[in-house]
Design a protein around this ligand. Structure first.
Ligand SMILES: [Zn+2]
Length: 246
């Protein structure tokens, strides 16, 4: 049976600490809670790390967060040698916020890149200091410098980023919302989470379950470090923090 974890990070990705209760510990030592602020690896964004603080002050380090039998079942993977908590125990959850905040900035920057290049995305991976987006790229001019300038323009405009839920029917009526070529948004739950950028989503909106910053200005200095050819049509853009090296 799959557990259903309340995903607090989906409503507010800025919550760094909260309390929760252990509902199960699976046979591999994975900890399942009634609710969590730990994002589980999905959609190219790695899961959170952090710690659980027990009532006696001792800590359970969390090395990874993944989904279980369903997307709603979130499994916290403790570090090796961790003393496991008991079912029914209440814990204080603390995520590794500096790491998560970097991932939120990078993830949002990936959305902006898909606005600059509205081509089919064939893959993406968000990481703390180097993220990549792969596109099926048509025969048009591109350069690191141009991509960086356009990316920074969107960052500096400080557009709001917010989520909105729509029905599967609304999504079916607007197939252009889906940018990814291989990954379809989850269906069957009846509702889809749209991540919107700009007033009235004027910059972009696309289905996504990840965590993002609240405004594009929070991303700060960013640049395209590299553009690699991965086949005749495929181009891999690497996004990095900081100014473009001269
Ligand atoms: Zn996203």
């Amino acid at each position: 049976m799959a557990w259903q974890t309340e995903t607090v990070f989906r409503e507010d990705s800025y919550i760094k600490e909260c309390d929760a209760e252990v509902v199960a510990v699976n046979d591999r030592g994975g900890i399942i809670l009634d609710r969590t602020i730990f994002y589980a690896t999905s959609g190219g964004q790695p899961g959170d790390t952090g710690k659980f603080v027990r009532s006696d002050g001792s800590e359970v380090l969390i090395a990874a967060t993944v989904t279980g039998e369903s997307k709603e079942e979130i499994i916290h993977v403790p570090s090796k040698d961790a003393v496991l908590p008991q079912v029914g125990e209440r814990l204080s959850l603390v995520i590794d916020w500096p790491r998560r905040y970097s991932l939120m900035k990078m993830h949002t920057a990936c959305h902006l890149l898909s606005v600059i290049y509205p081509y089919p995305i064939t893959g993406a991976a968000v990481a703390e200091d180097d993220s990549r987006v792969d596109f099926d790229f048509p025969d048009v001019d591109y350069s690191k410098e141009d991509a960086t300038a356009r990316l920074r323009e969107l960052v500096e405009a400080n557009h709001p980023v917010f989520t909105r839920w729509i029905t599967e029917e609304e999504l079916a009526a607007n197939p252009g919302l889906v940018k990814s070529k291989n990954v379809r948004p989850p269906s069957g739950t009846g509702r889809i989470r749209l991540v919107c950028i700009g007033e009235n989503a004027i910059v972009d909106s696309q289905p996504c379950g990840g965590t993002h910053v609240a405004s594009t200005g929070e991303i700060g200095p960013i640049h395209i470090g590299k553009i690699e050819k991965k086949g005749r049509e495929n181009r891999r853009f690497r996004i990095r923090f900081g100014d473009q090296p001269a």
